[in-house]
Design a protein around this ligand. Structure first.
Ligand SMILES: Nc1nc2c(c(=O)[nH]1)N[C@H]1C(S)=C(S)[C@@H](COP(=O)(O)OP(=O)(O)OC[C@H]3O[C@@H](n4cnc5c(=O)[nH]c(N)nc54)[C@H](O)[C@@H]3O)O[C@H]1N2
Ligand SMILES: Nc1nc2c(c(=O)[nH]1)N[C@H]1C(S)=C(S)[C@@H](COP(=O)(O)OP(=O)(O)OC[C@H]3O[C@@H](n4cnc5c(=O)[nH]c(N)nc54)[C@H](O)[C@@H]3O)O[C@H]1N2
Ligand code: SF4
Ligand SMILES: [Mo]
Length: 837
């Protein structure tokens, strides 16, 4: 399909039918004044098309925009511009029509762009006032960049390159903007602080399927229609991937059954054939219970296990490693080829299996045993599958029932469903945001392999979110420079700032630059983070609104909105590179990120390396041998609007299995048994040999706080969980008036029984609190909430609370193998709150 770039539509009449003159004027009034309070009808007005007679005389141009919060959708939008103003956003087509969608947030962009509270000028904290006091002075861009450059230069010279730290959130996947920053960071070598989100899924998957797996693997949602059953695990899909729900409905119409495993009676649960209200945090034992049943009833997929997993490999009891041909005195074969990930030479040293009672290399064994033992010079060896069976045996169904609070009959019924392939396990991020998160993924993926539910249409375990990795990396390495400073995770940031030490070395961090993210809102333990902020010399935030984090900065840089710049979005569930064209000039004095980078580079003496305009930059980024190999160029992306970068459609993860090279593990198979479990991002923790041993197989780890036996739960018996906010994406859209009218203030959903036991009435203000912090919100009674739990839609900015904020209640602790924030692993208590008390 040819994409019409910014067409000036003399055909306004064709484009603008359907809205009464009155409602159009209402929308137009909003654009002009920006402050008009809109009724909920105004969203409808935004969706409808203005009346022909009202606008016949006004020229309209329609530009292609990409809505790019990280709700996974990246919907294409028409951005309608009249008189240099965006008057409306409407749904625009993807080349694959299945992905053409828009939601209430996408429809309300006009209010984001013309938000009267949008940042307009660079702001500096008034000298002598405290951070967060809200006293700002307007300064020029020149002064602002001067000040930023001065701090970076002085502190890096005095303390080393790590003195500058960066926090980038999840709104970062637009190529020119992202890589311009990377280009500067390659020269400045600052400390990158990574967020610790969704890692239980990422790490749990990658450690079993290899580093070349995409970030968050899984089949394309369009493949759901091929499943007999879709099982939603810990996914609030109707709100978190609203753009995907139609695939579920289409599958249902096609006869697919839907099961929802969730402690909360979600909207998806209300539309499902079966809802299983699981105890929060107990998915791991449920997966083990399913495996127990399918093993017991001989419903495993032997063929899949033998050909695609390490199931038949012998494991040495002395060192936990697989027995190899070289152990038996057979010379390995040197291939002369190198592993693209490790750079090491690939040496073929076969893994040993048992066939007809004798050892046999896995490469040649036609029918190896799943369960076998072997005595290797006095070292007992057993197959990886036998070791898995030992773990499964620890989960008899009555124990699983106790842990999950699901009846034995229901576990059996679920296991029968899971064994009846193809089953599409659509896995959300609810259960993994706990201390035990990666073990749930480990068990889930093993269960999918055991039942042969991977690598074929309709069979899946995961949730695809793909990123394009082939942008020309030379762009981000000017003069061949790369950032060599070690990265850290946000959870460790407070301790590192306080001690000035990292990994036993001096590591003073003095400055912080935040872009594409809102860590005081979306990371963990806000109180502890604020203590770290207090110790920093200088904080600069680049955003388009006054976020929680911007409020605590010394310098705030106003960033241009999405439709005020050209760029290419390179990630998401639609697996496309999407073209976003500039519709209007940046409002007020706001500037795009690349412009900020250029100004800063100039001040720091690197100006010559940054004389790149967006068209040339994008052309370079989508050029070179890898892009050519995929047939991708900026010219093509621009002309076609979107270009799919994973070619099979619908995409099936790990298709073809081991024979097709689907797994990039050392063995080339799915490794449910790990020879060398390696910690992920857990920099400040030292794993003990016992912990390494423990990590080899899926094992039960209790949540850190939100589990009946924990210390925290004795004091704080309610388990607090967040849900994706229907009216925001994280903290974005927080200040959009039409949405605030529908969703005016922070609240927590509570089962009436828990509320009544505490003397709380519906709609009361309540304080939620634990040892980490607290907040004050409305209590909303809901029978959809599991007794003993509380659920809040996340993302409210601090200024919208009566007191405190949600992330203050979240611990900064993490598992020694995995830096993953414990968003769902929160024990708390709740009491009524009276203003002025
Ligand atoms: N509107 C909107 N959409 C978004 C986002 C947003 O902020 N707003 N954020 C985006 C991002 S970055 C992400 S990572 C995704 C997340 O997408 P989801 O994972 O679908 O998001 P959540 O709303 O956190 O849903 C988690 C679900 O898990 C359930 N749950 C909690 N604990 C458990 C458990 O132990 N077991 C089981 N089985 N269920 C459990 C919760 O009740 C909830 O229904 O959403 C994306 N989409
Ligand atoms: N309590 C709780 N907290 C959570 C979670 C939870 O379940 N519960 N979930 C976590 C998860 S899964 C995630 S992914 C994170 C998300 O965490 P964040 O990525 O920090 O969340 P956002 O609120 O989307 O912040 C993005 C910010 O970038 C700005 N922005 C957008 N586009 C641009 C741009 O082009 N340039 C610049 N400079 N800025 C831009 C937006 O205005 C916004 O302020 O939140 C995590 N936080
Ligand atoms: S917020 Fe998400 S679902 Fe809504 S229009 Fe934007 S990308 Fe699409
Ligand atoms: Mo996320």
């Amino acid at each position: 399909m040819k994409h019409d770039a910014c067409v000036s539509t003399d055909g306004v009449l064709r484009q603008t039918r359907g809205l009464s003159r009155r409602s159009f004027l209402k929308t137009a009034g909003l654009v002009a004044g920006g402050t008009a309070l809109m009724g909920s009808a105004s969203l409808q007005a935004m969706a409808d098309e203005p009346a022909a007679e009202a606008v016949a005389s006004v020229e309209e141009k329609v530009c292609r925009g990409v809505c790019r919060p990280n709700c996974f959708g990246y919907c294409h939008l028409n951005v309608h511009v009249r008189d240099g103003k965006v008057v409306k956003t409407s749904r625009a087509p993807y080349n694959d029509e299945k992905f053409s969608r828009i939601c209430h947030r996408g429809l309300s962009h006009v209010q984001r762009i013309y938000d009267p509270d949008r940042l307009q000028y660079p702001l500096r904290r008034v000298e002598g006032t405290a951070r967060g006091a809200g006293e700002w002075e307007r300064i020029s861009w020149d002064e602002a960049i001067d000040e930023l450059a001065k701090h970076i230069k002085e502190d890096q010279e005095k303390y080393g390159p790590q003195a500058l730290s960066l926090y980038s959130g999840t709104s970062s996947v637009q190529a020119f903007s992202y890589y311009m920053y990377q280009r500067l960071w390659a020269l400045l070598k600052p400390t990158s602080i990574s967020y610790a989100v969704d890692m239980g899924t990422l790490y749990g998957t990658k450690r079993m399927t290899g580093p070349m797996s995409n970030l968050w693997e899984g089949n394309d949602a369009a493949d759901m229609v091929n499943a007999k059953t879709i099982v939603f695990w810990a996914s609030n899909v109707t709100d978190s991937q609203i753009q995907t729900w139609h695939f579920v409905k289409e599958a249902k119409q096609n006869g697919t059954k839907v099961v929802v495993v969730d402690p909360t009676y979600t909207y998806a649960a209300s539309k499902a054939d079966w809802w299983l209200p699981i105890r929060p945090g107990a998915d791991m034992p449920l997966y083990m219970g399913i495996m127990n049943y399918v093993v017991e009833h001989d419903k495993i997929d032997r063929e899949y296990l033998l050909a695609n997993t390490v199931a038949p490999f012998l494991v040495r009891s002395d060192n936990g490693m697989f027995l190899r041909a070289s152990d038996l005195g057979i010379e390995p074969v040197k291939t002369g080829q190198t592993n693209p990930t490790t750079g090491e030479e690939i040496i073929l040293d076969d893994y040993i299996t048992i066939q007809k009672g004798k050892t046999e290399g896995a490469a040649t064994a036609k029918a190896p045993e799943l369960v076998a033992e072997y005595d290797f010079k006095g070292v007992k060896c057993r197959t990886a599958y036998s070791l898995l069976l030992d773990e499964i045996a620890k989960f008899p169904l009555d124990k699983v029932s106790e842990l999950t609070e699901i009846s034995v009959e229901d576990i059996e019924r679920l296991a029968e469903i899971c064994a009846d392939t193809p089953v599409f396990h659509y896995v959300g991020y609810g259960t993994q945001a706990r201390y035990n998160g990666h073990h749930a993924t480990h068990a889930g993926l093993t269960m999918a392999a055991l039942t042969g539910n991977l690598g074929k249409p309709g069979a899946n375990y995961g949730n695809c979110w793909y990123m394009y990795f082939y942008a020309n990396s030379a762009f981000a390495s000017p003069n061949g420079e790369v950032n060599t400073t070690p990265g850290i995770v946000i959870n460790d940031f407070p301790d590192i700032v306080e001690s000035g030490q990292f990994a036993g070395q001096d590591f003073p961090i003095k400055d912080l630059y935040v872009y594409y993210g809102n860590p005081l809102n979306c990371a963990m333990d806000t109180n502890r983070l604020l203590e770290a902020f207090d110790k920093l010399d200088f904080i600069c935030v680049a955003d388009s609104v006054m976020t929680d984090t911007a409020r605590y900065a010394d310098l705030v840089l106003p960033v241009a909105q999405w439709f005020e710049q050209t760029d290419v979005t390179f990630a998401g569930q639609t697996i496309c590179l999407s073209y976003n064209e500039k519709a209007i000039d940046p409002l007020y004095e706001s500037k795009t990120d690349p412009e900020i980078v250029k100004m800063l580079a100039d001040k720091l003496g690197y100006g010559d390396l940054f004389q790149i305009d967006v068209e040339d930059g994008l052309t370079e980024l989508f050029s070179g041998p890898l892009n050519e190999m995929f047939g991708i160029s900026y010219e093509r992306i621009k002309a076609e609007g979107d270009v799919r970068f994973v070619m099979d459609a619908p995409h099936v993860a790990w298709a073809g299995g081991a024979a097709a090279g689907a797994f990039s593990t050392p063995s080339g198979r799915l490794e449910f048994y790990l020879e060398n479990p390696m910690p992920y991002g857990a920099y400040l923790k030292q794993a003990t040999p016992e912990q390494v041993e423990f990590e080899r197989l899926p094992r039960w780890v209790e949540p850190r706080e939100a589990w009946p036996t924990t210390e925290a739960a004795k004091k704080y018996p309610l388990f607090l969980m967040s849900e994706r906010p229907r009216y925001r994406v994280h903290s974005q859209w927080s200040f959009v008036k039409a949405l605030r009218e529908l969703d005016p203030e922070p609240f927590v959903k509570i089962n009436p029984a828990d509320a009544e036991a505490r003397g709380i009435k519906d709609n009361d203000y309540v304080e939620c609190y634990n040892d980490h912090g607290s907040c004050v919100v409305r209590a909303v009674f809901s029978n959809a909430i599991r007794p003993g739990t509380l659920v809040y839609p996340k993302g409210w900015q601090m200024s919208q609370f009566k007191e405190g904020s949600w992330s203050r209640l979240i611990s900064k602790e993490y598992h020694p193998f995995l830096a993953n924030a414990l968003f769902m692993d929160v024990a708390c208590e709740i009491r009524t709150w009276n203003e002025g008390r």
